[in-house]
Write a protein of this length. Structure first.
Ligand code: F6P
Length: 280
């Protein structure tokens, strides 16, 4: 899997440069040289596809930006689902964004996941790669340096509640409020990568994106967002559920399927489970 890890690291350096330009292509108009500007997330998708195309062990890729999966090498064994630039609408307000990768063996699906990774583009560029352990790496110039292993505490202090409040179930609102009543602090930027990165690095807490009256299956995508982070949280000693079930045990039917999701340390996840079990 080292070749995949290297390709992700190379693509992250190129994405960092792609973000750090004046015109991020929202206009989709011609630039000063007369070329049509690509939207930033499409550009990032192309960068990753290009880096993965030279990795023989990759069988198939699926991107949040592509409607269908794409065969790369029929003799490869890894299936990679990625979101090239999650939270891309935050770039114009200069908040952190990220790329997310789920690495599956032989086929897509939570049960086939063998590793996952994300890169956060903030004031610094950092990468978390989870295989047997969840490891943090920092980009220094053109080099990636291992920083530390990430382990969650049993209980955290941060609460990141996603979704539109007016569409929350009343019991969900009560649960979110109960964490605040216990002293939890609100931390929500609207970017899944930095929001979850913060919880992972500050020792714990809860990130929730529930099913709501307008989106009963939630917003976040199983293959590109939910499974990769579930794998990382579980590897770091935390939990990841859809309200009831461990996210790493649920199925998917279509590559763009979504799921309600809750990621956190053990204490918060136990509370979510209890609340959701009694409101089935
Ligand atoms: O899937 C895209 C995304 O931007 C995630 O990164 C983020 O967690 C979520 O959507 C935010 O959604 P909302 O704006 O509904 O809180």
């Amino acid at each position: 899997m080292t070749d995949i890890f290297d390709a992700i690291q190379k693509s992250a350096i190129r994405i960092k440069d792609a973000i750090d330009v004046k015109d991020i292509g929202y206009s989709q108009q011609e630039n000063s040289s007369g070329e049509t500007q690509l939207q930033l997330d499409i550009k990032c998708d192309m960068i990753i596809e290009e880096e993965f195309s030279s990795v023989a062990s990759i069988h198939t890729i699926a991107s949040e930006e592509k409607e269908k999966e794409m065969l790369m090498n029929k003799d490869g064994k890894y299936f990679i689902a990625y979101d090239p630039l999650d939270g891309s609408s935050l770039v114009d307000v200069n908040l952190s964004v990220g790329s997310i990768f789920g690495i599956y063996e032989n086929a897509f699906g939570a049960k086939n996941m063998v590793a996952s990774c994300y890169v956060v583009f903030g004031p610094r560029v950092e990468m978390v790669f989870a295989h047997n352990k969840a490891k943090l790496h920092l980009l220094q110039g053109e080099n990636w340096e291992f920083t530390k292993e990430i382990r969650l505490n049993e209980k955290g202090k941060l609460n990141a509640p996603g979704g539109t409040q007016q569409n929350w179930e009343p019991y969900h609102k009560e649960m979110v409020d109960s964490f605040f009543a216990e002293g939890y602090r609100l931390r929500y930027s609207g970017g899944m990568v930095p929001d979850l990165h913060q919880i992972l690095l500050k020792g714990g807490g809860l990130f929730s994106y529930p099913g709501t009256s307008d989106k009963p299956e939630g917003k976040l995508r199983k293959l590109f967002e939910v499974f990769p982070f579930a794998f990382i949280f579980k590897t770091a000693g935390g939990g990841a559920i859809d309200g009831q079930n461990d996210l790493m045990t649920i199925d998917y039917a279509h590559i763009h399927d979504t799921s309600p999701c809750f990621f956190g340390s053990k204490y918060e996840i136990a509370r979510v489970k209890e609340v959701y079990a009694s409101n089935k």
